[in-house]
Write a protein that binds this ligand. Sequence first.
Ligand SMILES: Cc1ncc(COP(=O)(O)O)c(C=O)c1O
Length: 441
Amino acid sequence: MRFVTTRGRAPATSLEWALFDGLAPDGSLYMPESIDRWAPEELAALPSRSLVEIGIRTLRPYTAEEIDEATLGSLVTDALNFPIPLVEVEPGVHALELFHGPTLAFKDIGARVMARLISALHDREAPTSVLVATSGDTGSAVGHAFHGVPHTRVIVLYPAGRVSPRQEAQLTMFNAEPSSNVRAYAIAGNFDDCQRLVKAASADSALLERLRLTSANSINIGRLLPQMVYYFHAVAQLARRTGSDRTFVSTPSGNFGNLTAGLMAKRAGLPIERFVAATNVNDVVPVYLTTGRFEPRASKQTVANAMDVGNPSNFDRMSWMYGGDVGAMRRDIVGSSHADDEISATIRRVYEERGYLLDPHSAIAYLGITRSGFDVRSVPGIFLATAHPAKFHDVVEAAIGHAVDKPAPLVEALSRPSHVMRIDASLDAIKERLFDSDRNS
Ligand SMILES: Cc1ncc(COP(=O)(O)O)c(C=O)c1O
């Protein structure tokens, strides 16, 4: 399978190069040149397939020319080693819980598979170095995803004093291990400084001569492809439980990678009737679906802050998939946007009435499925629960009036001795760390 760019001004390339580039040379995003369609009998057999089997089947067409079947099998088994259960929250409304991985969010899934794809595609003496800037969450998902993965080294840069104590504990968890391949540095600066340093390092020719450097950011196709897997797994579980393989899916969206992966799964033949693009008040895509005009704007701060995105990068991919035809996109997607007070009231109400605790992002997805006029009693609905409520405990605790239990991975991160490593916001400081980790590998 070749990977083309959404702008079409750079040559099609292999999975390996699409993964290492992240952003394509023409400044746009990679997509597979075609979406492999599942045969009707494969779809009929979906309910009897395990998560790992579905993962292998989903990824095989995109990897087959570069990664052999046995390697793919073991990397998927290793990456998807936690459950992704479908839980009925109320009649006809199901949560797909994507937060049982090591950093308690859906990003674990894409990042863990991507780390192992990079490792499997490794063909040089030197390890691949991954440099990531983070405002908190992505860095720990990437760090945990690569931890212990052969032929890889990760350096995470986060702004000192600007991440929460829980985020910092998760970010720095591996700093105390002498031989860890993951290091997180607190940069004396803000998130923009961290991003600027990653960009500067990625453009430094002397550095690139010595190191194989990549940035595992959210637009990487290596994170998107594995996200298709859980849509198949959701429908498999729904069909097992209810006998229905028809469904509506609500995806809480910020940068729209998660929804794009769902659209790809639908193209592959998955019987999803329609998607809800569920957002907070950063609603440029719901507005586009109504007006036909895509008008990016500065983001607004909300209680679902991982979705505070005013110019979603994956809109390019969505638009490419529909050839820019908003009418065609409307047939597959309906928009739904929700303000902070509605999100908090929903967390409280669903907890009181159903005993189910939503994080703010999952609450938006829940609102998307329950407020879009679908008859979920005849065609069941699924919403993606993308983060554990303990990750956003401030908002959740304010909504329900008491503390949220900490799940085991968070207890472990918080119980480790803190090992914060501070460095200057300078390219030289980053280079020194990159060369150091290269020498120690
Ligand atoms: C918890 C959570 N939910 C939903 C999203 C939105 O996903 P996407 O950016 O793929 O639209 C994010 C993005 O970071 C997130 O962290």
